[in-house]
Design a protein around this ligand. Structure first.
Ligand code: BTN
Length: 246
């Protein structure tokens, strides 16, 4: 399933390079995989930077061509979250959970994140780049740049090499991508709910400056988060929306 694999010392962003490679030479049914020891301009969701120190963490991007356009990708980032948690479980990390839409957390501390970016024609065949960052052994000097509670794989009591981590993640993510367009989110929904760190808890949904308070009630069949508010059950899709514990 891998058409091209690049393992780099340093790059601005593995997602950026993977997008460029996909628009240049994407092959249907074959992934372009990019990993790096360090990112100088790692990208997070909502325009934030992703702290990416040298030779300590995992920075991995997987590019895949999809035929059905952006609409076919609903729920993909959630399913990828489940796949990354399974990859961690295979290596003995049993504590990871998910925070909607696609943070990997341990006891509300961030262990990793997923950033999905699209290139090409959003209505027809296009490329999806799945970027995954995992904190593995975060060095002290990098910690000041992180603006939220975090943890790393080493703190979970296991010390896999980054090569083992990448291999395990690819073992789960590549088959997911291969079958995504025929199967979609449905086979992943239950697994996602079982890993949901905030199920039935009071949360706020942030949309720009707006804030909606309610109780988190899991995800619907498209992967939208369902919040029970005073106005009833409301669904929110990913994009620029995020969830915070109250
Ligand atoms: C988030 O904000 O939670 C998403 C973080 C995604 C970071 C990864 S690291 C590999 C890939 N390349 C990037 O520039 N970002 C993603």
């Amino acid at each position: 399933l891998i058409g091209e694999l690049q393992v780099l010392q340093q790059i601005d962003s593995t997602n950026r390079l993977c997008q460029e490679a996909m628009s240049d030479r994407a092959i249907p049914g074959k992934a372009i995989v990019v990993s790096a020891e360090q990112q100088t301009a790692g990208r997070g969701r909502r325009g934030k930077a992703w702290v990416s120190p040298y030779a300590r963490n995992m920075y991995l991007s997987v590019g895949w061509q999809v035929q059905g356009g952006a609409a076919a990708l609903q729920g993909l980032s959630l399913a990828i979250g489940v796949a990354v948690v399974r990859a961690l479980e295979d290596l003995g990390v049993a504590t990871a959970q998910l925070k909607w839409p696609n943070d990997i957390v341990v006891e509300q501390q961030k262990l990793g994140g997923i950033l999905i970016e699209l290139t090409g024609d959003m209505a027809g065949p296009c490329s999806v780049v799945v970027g995954m960052g995992l904190n593995v052994n975060m060095p002290e000097y990098a910690q000041d740049g992180i603006d939220q509670a975090w943890t790393d794989v080493y703190q979970q009591g296991v010390k896999p090499s980054r090569a083992e981590l990448i291999a395990s993640v690819l073992n789960h993510v590549l088959p997911l991508l291969q079958h995504w367009e025929e199967r979609g989110f449905a086979p992943w929904r239950e697994a996602w709910q079982a890993l949901d760190a905030y199920r039935d808890q009071p949360v706020n949904i942030l949309m720009g400056d707006a804030r909606i308070a309610g109780t988190e009630r899991g995800v619907d069949r498209d992967g939208a988060i369902q919040i029970e508010t005073t106005l009833g059950l409301q669904s929110f899709h990913g994009g620029e929306v995020s969830l915070r514990p109250q």
